[in-house]
Design a protein around this ligand. Structure first.
Ligand code: FAD
Length: 290
């Protein structure tokens, strides 16, 4: 099923993101965790992709397994940095053959040690990949957006202008980078709509269950942590069970506030943890009518 169809069906959605393994050692573990998450019947699931494509076959494998065994609507991520056109077209063919109907078209972070000489890169930005996927035909296309502005952007205005370009190149919905203060999202939505970007926006929520991991992610993404959230990290960060409980409660609270204020679509970064996905699904069951 196409994600655009799900997003336009008039009901709030809750979808889950998982990531593939980096090596074959953990493929069985990831396969079974992602199957467990699919059994919770999210609106759809997304599978991330390693920039440069070196581990892209694992994305394909996890996506294909979820479609075949669990029949869950599937969004496969695809990055175009450090890639040739032939490589991208070949991957699109593989996704098509596996039954993938939706592509999250991304640039990916610029690698420190690229596989290919730069002059061989076929795409500079995500919008060029979106155009390619649109011309290929038959896929629903999603893209990334950044409520706190992409770290490479000189200004929010530029960042949003490029989002408009993405939509013009075939992007049918946008998923946000994680954020921990809903006011940041409400403010961003206002600027998006003002700039004429009118596609559905999925709010990306990360239930934080590991303090070390979130500090590392913060350094990379530049995401702001509100004081209330920092207090949780400081107080419970060294106790994994307490941190898990506090992180799920914080994410639940954030999601309920989003739905209550008219945000219709929430995409959860599950970090491949079925327990997190299950607890959130339970906490939101009446709100989502499940
Ligand atoms: P772009 O849209 O190309 O934007 C990158 C920068 O260039 C921005 O500063 C933008 O303002 C600017 N820009 C955009 N278009 C143009 C243009 N035409 N001309 C000049 N400047 C332009 N990474 C992965 O490796 N794998 C994943 O699976 C993955 N999934 C993600 C999912 C979500 C929801 C999000 C938010 C991010 C994800 N990322 C993933 C990270 C993403 O790849 C990085 O943030 C990357 O640096 C930018 O990707 P993009 O698609 O947003 O790039």
């Amino acid at each position: 099923m196409k994600v655009s169809q799900i997003l336009h069906s008039g009901v709030p959605t809750l979808s889950f993101e998982v990531f593939p393994p980096k090596t074959s050692d953990s493929i069985d573990k990831v396969r079974s965790a992602t199957e467990e998450i699919a059994e919770l019947h999210p609106s759809f699931m997304s599978v991330t992709y390693g920039a440069g494509g070196g581990t892209g076959h694992y994305t394909l494998e996890i996506a294909e397994n979820l479609i075949r065994k669990k029949n869950v609507p599937l969004l496969a991520h695809l990055t175009c940095v450090d890639s040739t056109r032939e490589g991208i077209l070949s991957r699109l063919g593989e996704f098509r053959a596996a039954g993938v109907e939706n592509i999250m078209a991304l640039r990916g972070d610029i690698p420190k040690e690229p596989r290919l000489p730069r002059e061989n890169w076929a795409y500079a930005h995500a919008n060029e990949l979106m155009r390619e996927v649109r011309d290929y035909g038959g896929f629903c296309i999603g893209g990334a957006c950044y409520p706190e502005t992409h770290p490479e952007s000189l200004s929010r205005r530029d960042d949003i202008a490029y989002l408009k370009e993405k939509v013009d190149c075939g992007c049918e919905f946008l998923t946000t980078q994680m954020f921990f203060d809903n006011n940041i999202l409400f403010n961003f939505m206002y600027h998006l709509r003002e700039a004429g970007v009118n596609v559905p926006v999925l709010a990306g929520i990360m239930p934080v269950t590991n303090a070390v991991q979130i500090r590392r992610i913060m350094q990379i993404s530049g995401t702001q942590l509100p004081q209330r959230f920092k207090a949780l990290l400081d107080r419970f960060g060294s106790d994994p069970e307490a941190m898990m409980q506090a992180g799920i409660a914080y994410a639940t609270d954030q999601i309920i506030d989003l739905y209550a204020n008219g945000v219709e679509h929430v995409h959860v970064y599950t970090m491949n943890k079925p327990v997190v996905a299950r607890k959130l699904t339970e906490n939101l069951s009446a709100i989502l009518g499940k």
